[in-house]
Structures are given as C-alpha cells and as structure tokens.
Design a protein around this ligand. Sequence first.
Ligand code: SF4
Length: 249
Amino acid sequence: MTTMAKEPKSARGKAAKSAKAGAAGAAAKRGPARVRESREAKRARALEVIGRLREAYPDAKCALDHENAYQLLAATILSAQCTDERVNQVTPSLFARYPTPEDLAGAKQEELESIIRSTGFYRNKAKSLIGMATAVVERHGGEVPAEMEALTRLPGVGRKTANVVLSNAFGKAEGVVVDTHVKRLSGRLGFTRETDPEKVERDLMALFPRELWGDLEHLLIFHGRAVCKAPRPRCGGCTVADLCPSAAV
Ligand code: SF4
C-alpha cells in the first residue's frame, strides 16, 4: 500500500533546518549509533520522532480511496505490488461494476481481470477478490467482518491487509500495518532490528502505545515517500535526523 505524500516543510526550509542538517552531518561522520539505548530512552526518542512527523505531515492518512470496509478491503488487495495512485484509478470502475460483495462474488474472472489488469498480477488478484467476496457473503452475510481472525481467514487477506481495514474502516487498533516503508523506516530509525514484517510489527506494538498505532503507519509511510526514500534517504532535509541512528549513512 502506498500514499500520496507532500514535501514536508522541513525539506523546503533549508536555512531553518541548518542545525538539524548539522546534526545529520555529524551523525554521518560517526555512523550508526553503537551506544546501547535504554528502553526508556528509546521509547522517549520514538515518541519524539512521531511528534515531529505529525507536525511535518498533519494530513497523513490512508491514500486508498474508499467509502466503506468492502471497498477498502478490495482496494488493499489490489494495492499489492502496485501504487495507490494506480489502484485509485481502477477502483471507480471496479465498484461501479461490482458495488457490493454479492456482485463481486458473482463476477466472471475474465471480465474482472480486464478491469484490474493495470494493477499487475491481475489473475491472482481477480481470484483473491472473487474468493474474498464469496467468503464475505457465505460466512458473514455480505458484511466485511471487523475481527482480525475472521479477516485473515478470507482468501487473499493477510495480517497487513486486515490491519489496514481494521484501522481505517473500523477505527480498531489491533496491530500496526507494516508495509515496505514502515519496515524500512523502522529499521533505519532503530525501532527494530527485525526484518520479518510480523516481528517488526511486534516490536512497534511494544514500543508505541496503542493509541498511536494507526497514525504510526501513515506517518512513516508519508516520511518514507517524501524524504526517507528507499534507495537514498535525504537525511539533510529530514526533520528527525538528530533522532535517527542511521542519519546520512
Ligand atoms: S531520512 Fe531516514 S535515514 Fe535519514 S535521518 Fe531521516 S529517518 Fe534517518
């Protein structure tokens, strides 16, 4: 899953952030912090990071267009290996043709494939969508369930997708969404040493209070898109450079 991210103020105001850039430069000379950080210090630093990201991205939210849990579930399945922008181009036609789980359950595979083709892996995604919708109709009376266990039993729905739906459609914090951005930034920011998404999620759940789990996902994704990019993070314009053990490395 991906998000539309605006350039944060910090990336534009070079002069105002010169002190932070200096901190990033100093960190670059030192390399990643090797001093063992106490649990309390790590938690305080993590909360400060989230506070600053909240200032930088006050509008951070789910970027998949949706009006209900069914639409968000289908859009999230489509977002695997695909940008949110592309998914948002496809879903209006998809939901016009199949407005309810009952409609999608009765879809013809070939017709569905032709609608979602541009999102990639369209054969498997079409199978997952039909399977998901069929299970929602047969097991849950046409209503997307609001429980982790029931969601993850639906075809094509893993823990990450279930977390997206629970958090954004039902307002339930059952876990933390760990996508490629959340995983990368959690490692760079020293929130976890794990790389397996479920272990990363476990570390984030232990580090942050539950009320922050939903925002955490959006803030890290926005920052990953705008500044802490996958190939080359732009540490010189990063609002949390002085709090990051990987700054400018
Ligand atoms: S851009 Fe990423 S790696 Fe660089 S300081 Fe910011 S959070 Fe750390």
